[in-house]
Ligand binder design. Sequence first.
Ligand SMILES: C[S@@+](CC[C@H](N)C(=O)[O-])C[C@H]1O[C@@H](n2cnc3c(N)ncnc32)[C@H](O)[C@@H]1O
Length: 254
Amino acid sequence: MSKEAKPPLQLARNFIEKAFLTKRARREAPDSTLMKFYHNYSVFDLSVPQKDGIYAPNQASKGPIISGYLLFALGKLKAKQNGPVSTIEMFCADAYFSFLARKFGADHCIATDNDRDGHFAEAASIKEKLGYGEEVTFLKSDIFDLPKGLSANIVINCGGLYHLSEPLRALDLSYSLATDYLIVQTVVSLASSDKNYFETPAPGWTWGSRFSHEYLLAAIQERGWNIVDVDRNELLGNDKPQDRGSSYFLISKT
Ligand SMILES: C[S@@+](CC[C@H](N)C(=O)[O-])C[C@H]1O[C@@H](n2cnc3c(N)ncnc32)[C@H](O)[C@@H]1O
């Protein structure tokens, strides 16, 4: 198979070149020497300060499982020797999992986020430090406004569903964007194991949603998707039971 980028991805990349951070935005980017980062980058041999509070303990909970799923999917696709491997990371914040995908052999990585919390500046700084070029591209967009024609071998949908009032709509979207593997992680409530438990907005918030692990599992099973692995643990940085659960799914489409 050709080593060229796949046509849908090429279309998306053209769109991204137009939509992504303008030269003016780059000039006005915060001073990276003062930045603290969403993730710890020691696995990349980068010594950059991580943000205080929940970030380090929650990375310790989420990182190994998500990274394991990502490396498994990448390895399987590389073993097929079917041409370039692409990823799309939804809710990317500082694009940590896109950088990880690139480090472990992904050829084209699109990291997308609405940049509500301003983490793209961190992503741009890390990209520069790692010396990556167009292999890792950022796309500022609401999740429901992504350009048509976007697709990738692996879609990483982590840390975002609970931010939305319609998480299953974003779940379905992520599945439709993936040609081979979908990785899902989300906060789930530990206060309920009822498969019908869903509320929006999330308790104590004015936006987002909260649901049980069983709710998400049932939704995925109802769709008949091929679950390669499912797991769950606790987000050590989050105190309240309704914020502390974390669910993980590796779904294969092939
Ligand atoms: C908790 S962070 C996830 C970071 C990373 N994916 C991880 O799991 O470690 C959630 C991210 O979702 C983004 N986000 C929230 N609502 C969004 C929406 N409607 N469309 C796109 N991005 C959104 C936020 O800007 C934020 O960067």
